[in-house]
Design a protein around this ligand. Structure first.
Ligand SMILES: [Zn+2]
Length: 79
């Protein structure tokens, strides 16, 4: 898999997309009223649209179509 390099600043830090998100979030709170640590489920019922354009995370310039840049894989966390 080729590494994505920004054509503007030559950064290899990756890219981001802009997606419009719609839906209802249901954050959980503990019995003390604290915001719960595991609230990752709140994104499950949200729908995403857009995100067709990819931008460099460093210089924020447009670098290409996200559908051609997204590998479909999820980065493994390495500690
Ligand atoms: Zn850049």
């Amino acid at each position: 898999m080729a590494v994505i390099i920004c054509p503007h600043c030559e950064s290899q830090e990756g890219f981001y997309t802009k997606e419009q998100v719609r839906g209802i979030a249901t954050p959980h709170y503990t019995k003390e009223g604290h915001y719960a640590i595991d609230n990752s489920h709140i994104y499950d019922s949200l729908t995403h649209s857009g995100g067709k354009r990819a931008y460099c995370v460093v210089c924020k310039k447009y670098i290409g179509k996200s559908e051609e840049l997204i590998s479909g894989l999820i980065e493994e966390e390495t500690f």
